[in-house]
Design a protein. Structure first.
Length: 329
């Protein structure tokens, strides 16, 4: 892809993403940063974990997003303690007249909402691993490819401790972003009351289809061609290295970090920064692109030690310290 062709593609998809954001905002008041983070993840062909208390429209969000995409298949999985892996991926059954055949589960969709994913045991959570990483699932003796694009947006409630199961680190690492959903401001909440004074149906938001499945695949390829200098690449590597060896960079509260990010953190920082540049209609990555997505990429990839957990140390504050401590070369 030459520079002129890249410029036209970036301009085109930057505009499409803004149109998508505007459609979602018809039903979601505020939360602009959340919307942008999810769209960036879509551009990166990644998945998002939304963490927030009930009632913040996390599930509504992905429903509205899927409504903006022409031809998209939306599936919702409500995770419960009695859920089985076959309830997610599907099952092979036998009938006398038909013989063996496969019934595919709800994982077969373009947009999959995993609602309250931490309410189900690790055995069931693991059913998502192959799907999220390889974009395929094994049912019986056969392996089936998932639709393309394939996007998982999972939600979890951070408050409850009874009847919930912490996500395995291996699964958490499969999420490109972990986004914290916070309550709206008072001004935004007044608007929410005005907008939802009566119970509204999804159709009442008049969501328009402004993007296609092929557009998503094309913009994913376009984002890969965004330019990234060697200095930016080194900056990313040093940021991730600071999560593993905070003492080398004089990171405040670094003593509370037990494990840092894996090379997947570096890969995702690079991809997400390219998506950020494309959304801002730029052909190259700047340091600010990395800083604005660093928290979403790194907060769930650092494991705090017992002392840090006991003192209630916030992973975001450590990321802030890393950003302050690591210079751009």
């Amino acid at each position: 892809m030459d520079r002129e062709e890249l410029h036209q593609s970036v301009e085109k998809y930057s505009r499409r993403l803004k149109d998508t954001k505007r459609e979602i905002q018809k039903g979601i008041v505020g939360q602009d940063k959340i919307i942008e983070s999810v769209l960036k993840s879509l551009v990166c062909n990644g998945h998002v974990l939304l963490e927030g208390v009930p009632g913040l429209a996390k599930t509504l969000f992905i429903i509205l997003l899927s409504r903006t995409v022409e031809g998209a298949k939306f599936q919702r999985i409500q995770f419960t303690p009695d859920l089985l892996p076959s309830d997610i991926v599907g099952v092979t059954v036998y009938e006398e007249k038909r013989g063996f055949y496969t019934i595919k589960g709800p994982i077969f969709g373009n947009f999959v909402c995993g609602d309250e994913i931490n309410r189900t045991p690790p055995k069931v959570q693991s059913a998502m691993l192959q799907a999220m990483q390889e974009r395929e699932v094994t049912i019986g003796r056969k392996t089936f490819p998932l639709p393309s694009p394939f996007f998982v947006l999972a939600t979890q409630n951070p408050l409850e401790t009874k009847g919930v199961y912490p996500l395995p680190e291996a699964q958490v690492d499969r999420f490109l972003f972990k986004v914290l959903v916070k309550p709206p401001s008072k001004k935004e909440e007044l608007k929410i009351i005005e907008q939802n004074v009566e119970i509204m149906e999804i159709e009442d938001f008049d969501i328009q289809q402004v993007i296609s499945l092929q557009d998503i695949l094309d913009m994913q390829e376009t984002a890969k061609n965004i330019s990234m200098s060697e200095e930016i690449q080194k900056y990313i590597v040093h940021l991730v290295d600071a999560t593993r060896h905070p003492e080398k960079y004089d990171v405040e509260e670094g003593i509370y970090v037990q494990w840092g990010g894996s090379p997947r953190a570096s890969i995702y920082l690079a991809l997400a920064s390219k998506a950020t540049a494309m959304m801002n209609n730029r052909l190259f990555v700047i340091p600010e692109d990395i800083r604005c997505i660093a928290h979403d990429v790194l907060r769930h990839r650092m494991v705090l030690n017992y002392e840090g957990k006991a003192k209630g140390i916030d992973a975001d504050s450590i990321v802030d310290s890393i950003i302050r401590s690591v210079p751009v070369l």
